[in-house]
Each structure stands twice: as structure tokens, then as C-alpha cells.
Design a protein around this ligand. Sequence first.
Ligand code: GRF
Length: 194
Amino acid sequence: MKRHIAIFASGTGSNAKKIIEYFKHNPKVAVSLVVSNKAEAPVLKMAQENGVPTLVIDRAFFYQTENILKIFNQYSIDYVVLAGFLWLVPTYLVRAFEGRMVNIHPALLPKYGGKGMYGMRVHEAVKMAGETETGITIHLVNEQYDNGDIVFQAKCPVETTDSPDDIAQKIHRLEHRHFPEVIEKLLTGNTSKP
Ligand code: GRF
């Protein structure tokens, strides 16, 4: 049976793009919906250009109704991927997708995670602390920020000359290389990548 992913993203969506491209011709997995809380987020345009339906949500819709589950039904969504989505996931959605919802975090959790730790703030904190390595974490989503079971981590060195921007670039490269493949493994048990 074909698996259908919904991606939640609020920003540029470079990870969402890589995931959409990776599964474009895959008979077993499809990205079937992109959800954003920002109507102007570039990720929405990118999704539409790739023929993926989009949904914009506001706080009331997300937190005070469970209507997103009905929409997920319409698109046969059975897996959720958070890729640059900053809102805490409400309990009804965590429960409905327990073990079937992952997030990517741009650091080696449990370090540099939690509320307010996102984007450049993470890389600035890594730099300030004088870390010699950082990395990415893909983890299951529960009701707390960046707290669910870790399913994958990859590391990269931090040179003393690296700026937070340099670190961000290294992290994005790592994310793009690993995230689609890890999702495929979680969904199908293996990877189609040569
Ligand atoms: C990524 O660095 C991810 O780790 C974090 O948000 C960022 C999203 O970047 N959760 P992009 O929008 O996919 O480029």
C-alpha cells in the first residue's frame, strides 16, 4: 500500500523540497500535502510548483479543532514530517500519529533543543559554547519540543573559524543528504538510494 506523507513547514522549505524531489517517482511513498502556518511561506509556492497540494492553518484551526485529521483522511495521510515547523503539536495530533511523526532538529539533541531553540539561535549557541562538533537529529514527535525518541543523528565538525552561518550551511547539507533517506527507511524499511 502506498504511503502518504504530510510535511509541515513554515519557512524556506529546502528540506521539504529535497523530500518532495526524493519521492517524486517512488511507487511506495508520496508527499501528498504540505501544511504551513504562514500564508506567505516560500515552501507553499515550491510545493505548488511540484504539484503538491497545500494547506494554510491558523492557531484556532490547529489547536481548537481536530479538522486537520479530516483533511488528512481526504489525502490518505499516514505519516507526518515536521521540517522547520515551529508550533508545538497539539495532543490530539501527537496521539493520532504516535510513532508516525518525525521532526528534524539542527543540533545533536538533547543539546541545544527545546522551546526557542530554532534556526540561527541554535548555531549561535553552538558557536558560543565552543563546540567542536554539531549535527542533526531526527526524532519522533511527542507533546514537548524536541523531546521524542531519537531515530537518527549525524555529526559534522565545527572549526574555530566557522561562523554561525558556516555552521548553518553545514547543517543544511547534512539535513538534505540524510532526511529523505531516513524517512524512506522509516516508512518502507529500506532505501532506494544507490
Ligand atoms: C532546518 O534546519 C531544520 O533542522 C529546522 O528548521 C530548518 C528548516 O530549514 N527544524 P528549511 O526551511 O528546510 O530550509
